[in-house]
Every structure is written in C-alpha cells, then in structure tokens.
Design a protein around this ligand. Structure first.
Ligand code: GTP
Ligand code: MG
Length: 436
C-alpha cells in the first residue's frame, strides 16, 4: 500500500450540520493518531486499520473511533473517524478539543484534496465526489457515480497514453533519426485517429452531462390562465407557484428541479404569452421568450375550454425547440396534443413519455460525462491533435507535430489533474462542502 505524503492534521465533521443521533468527525494527517489519543481514551498502543474502538472522549461523551492506517483510508493518510452523539454541543466541544490537541479545521474539500494529492483519485473523480454529495435526483447520482468510479478517468488515461506514444515516436525520430528512422506514419495516424475518436465521444457527452447534473430544462409556456403554474405544482406535489383565476398571475419565472417519470427536469414556469398590459408584465413575457430559447424542451400549454385556436397554433409553430403540445383542463373538454388535467393529475405519465421521447438522445447512457471545466480542455486537445495530424500528413518536418501532441497531452492532463496548478485546484475544491 502506498504511503501518502505527510500533511498537517485537519479535523471536520463529515456528517451534515445540525442535530442527529450520531455525528461523525474525521481527523486526518501526520499527527492524526496522537491527536486522537489526546481527545479519546480507547485506542491501544498498536491500532489496526479499519477497526472500531469504543472509548470515552475528553469532552465527556463516549463513542467509537474507526481507524485507518497510512495509505488505507479515504484521504490516503493516517486518519480516525469518530462517532459521537450528534448534538451541536457535543460536536463543537469535540472539535475544540481536537484543535487544542493540534489539529486545525479542514477547508472545504480538503479531505478529498488530500486523496487527490495522494494519488487515490484523479480530478474527474474528485469532482464526481462533489457531484455525488450534491445530487438531488437519482439520475444525477447515477451519473456522478459513474465518474466517481473512474469512467472518465480511464478513457482520458487511454487517450493520454496514445498521445504520449505518438509523441515519443516523433521525438525519437527527431533526436535519433539515424538509429530509429522516420516516424511510422501509418501507425501514428492510426493512434491519432483513435485519440480523436475518443475525444469526440467524450465531447458528445457534454449535453448529457449538463442534463444529468442540472436536469433537462423544460420551459412551460402558453396563454395566461392556461394552467402552467397549476401543472408545475401538480408535478412538484406542492403549491410552489401561485395559481389564480386571474390572467397574468405569474410575472417572474419560477424554477424547480424535480424527477418526473424518471427524468431529471428543471421545470421553468413562465409568464403567460400575450400583449403586455404594463411594463412588469412586459419584462416577464420577454423573460419567457429567453427561457424558450434556452430550453431543452418546451411544453406549450393551452386550456381545452378555450380551445387550440389560430393564435395558439401560430405561437406553437414559432417555437424552434423540441416541444410538446399540452392540452390542459381535460376535465372540461378535449383537444389536440397530450391531454392532461393539472387539477385531477391525469395524463402526467403521457406527458413524461412525450418529454422522454424528445430528450431520448441527450439523457445519459452508461459512459462517464464531462462538465463545463472539461469541455474547453477537450476541445483544445482535439484541435491540437488535429493540427499534429495535419503536420504528419503534410510536407512540413514531422518534429513540428510534437508541438500539437504535447499541447493536447497538457490539456488532457489538466482535466485529470496530472498536470495542474494550485490555482486550478483551489478553484475546484472551493465548491466542495466542509467535511468532503
Ligand atoms: N378545471 C380545471 N382548472 C384548472 C386546471 N388547471 C388549472 N386550472 C385553473 O386555471 C386557472 C389558471 O391557472 P394557473 O395555473 O394560475 O394558470 P397559468 O397558466 O399559470 O396563468 P398565468 O400565470 O396567469 O399565466 C386557475 O383558476 C386554476 O385553478 C385543470 O386541470 N382543470
Ligand atoms: Mg402562472
């Protein structure tokens, strides 16, 4: 087992803040065991890894200490996870005792940052730890889990290996041309194309990644009083938006993330479409238009009692996004489209199915998915690799291809964190919560 680098000793609760039956506090770092011994009586001289010891805490509580030896736990360094009574009072007294014994409070994401520094995770896996903790739908969690288990890491390593191979061949023929001869062009191009293929596949997961993380953006539009807000409330199962019989109730857009028929959706309720009667309403309607442009799917809702008239048809046809025509208030009549009743909660399964059909190819398959940090780096890797490819097939000397290959490799290694700066790490781990 690798022994990690030795860092100072940090402490933080790893369970949520607030009151609970049990709280867990992690102490990790070079002096973890000596800190542990000062605040907890119950650790024998020779502790075993992955073993729990019962004992008394110096602040008056009693509970368990779960021990991880160097290189065996989450952070890769000696660490102890204490289970104590989960009152804020017990936790803060215990943290105070740990600080007195020489530990310092961990920064957000610092445990995971150490796991990264100790080579237990690459950056895509560390980001996926954050996404797993922040997931609010099962689909988000599943997508994060695939990345956490290394789906992206493995593919990026494979691409880096191929790029590195071609780069080594180009460099060898430049430096030792006499002995090794010219670059085997056919083999080099084969490897380059394999990289380009892999990069393109990863890039194509960008939208699926966003959908998995944020939910597909579904914009609910239609005439005032069509029942847009009622539909939002029906799906959320709560009175999130104000509903009234007066047209023009919703002025500002309202957003909620929800799992609907297994789909992670970000529902956006908007102000009804009509000639605005005043400035506030005008702003609301302009906002609705902007939401339509940004939506993955638009639900155009109309009231079957009012009917799907000329004006509705015109609005519906002008929407240039994937769209579902939603005939609401089916308890009052019928009409074309997916028939629902926000009041009676009918037709919602059909609405989910119609939406799923439109989202079909942007929901996540089994692969890892990229995020907005990875995308520009992958695009750079693709462009530089293409440049290298052109150089190798053109009349210019082969060694110029090394420039493109090296840059592509740097970009890939910035994604995995093999090649990174403290600045980049600070930016990534800043978004973590304390205790992760
Ligand atoms: N009978 C019946 N009435 C409904 C149904 N859905 C909504 N309504 C009623 O229609 C009226 C308007 O509903 P809202 O949800 O406020 O409509 P909206 O489209 O959000 O309206 P604006 O925010 O003004 O654009 C309210 O009186 C609702 O109770 C339904 O399925 N059946
Ligand atoms: Mg409304």
């Amino acid at each position: 087992m690798n022994s990690g680098r030795l860092f100072d000793t940090i402490v933080a609760p790893i369970t949520a803040a607030g009151r609970g039956a049990i709280a867990v506090v992690r102490v990790s770092g070079s002096e973890a065991f000596s800190v542990a011994r000062s605040v907890f009586a119950g650790l024998p001289e020779n502790v075993e890894s992955h073993r729990a010891y019962f004992g008394r805490f110096s602040h008056g509580d009693d509970g368990l200490a779960l021990v991880f030896l160097d290189g065996r736990g989450y952070t890769g360094e000696p660490s102890v996870e204490f289970s104590l009574h989960g009152s804020p009072a017990s936790v803060s007294a215990f943290l105070g005792a740990c600080e007195k014994a020489g530990a310092r409070m961990a920064e957000p994401g610092e445990f995971t940052r150490r796991a990264f520094m100790n080579g237990l995770l690459d950056l895509t896996e560390a980001e996926a730890v954050r996404d797993s903790v922040e997931a609010s739908t099962e689909a988000q969690f599943r997508a994060a889990s695939r990345n956490r288990e290394g789906a992206l890491h493995r593919e990026l390593d494979r691409i880096a290996y191929e790029l590195g191979g071609v780069l080594a061949a180009v460099e060898a023929s430049t430096d030792f041309g006499e002995e090794v001869g010219p670059v085997d062009q056919e083999l080099a191009l084969q490897r380059i194309d394999c990289c380009l293929d892999g990069i393109q596949k990863l890039l194509s997961t960008a939208v699926a990644g966003r959908v998995a993380r944020e939910g597909a953006a579904v914009c609910i539009v239609g005439r005032p009083n069509a029942g847009k807000s009622s539909l939002l409330n029906a799906i959320l199962g709560s009175d999130r938006a104000i509903v009234s019989e007066f047209a023009g109730t919703t002025r500002d857009t309202i957003e909620e993330v929800v799992e609907f028929g297994g789909l992670p959706l970000r529902l956006v309720d908007t102000a009804g479409l009509r000639e605005a009667e005043n400035d506030v309403e005008k702003i609301g309607i302009e906002r609705s238009q902007a939401e339509i442009i940004a939506a993955d799917v638009v639900w155009f809702v109309y009231d079957v009692a009012g009917g799907f008239g000329e004006e509705e048809r015109d609005w519906f046809e002008k929407i240039e996004r994937p769209k579902v025509l939603v005939a609401n208030k089916s308890d009052l009549g019928s009409g074309p489209g997916t028939v629902v009743s926000a009041h009676h909660l009918t037709g919602l399964v059909d609405l989910a199915k119609a939406t799923q059909k439109l989202l079909g190819d942007i929901t996540v398959g089994d692969s890892g998915v990229i995020n907005s940090r990875h995308k520009p780096l992958l695009e750079r890797a693709r462009d530089s690799t293409l440049q290298a490819r052109e150089t190798l097939t053109g009349d210019v000397p082969d060694d110029l291809a090394a420039v493109g290959l090296r840059d592509a490799l740097v970009a890939i290694e910035e994604i995995t964190g093999k090649n990174t700066t403290d600045d980049i790490l600070d930016r990534i781990f800043r978004d973590f919560c304390i205790g992760k």
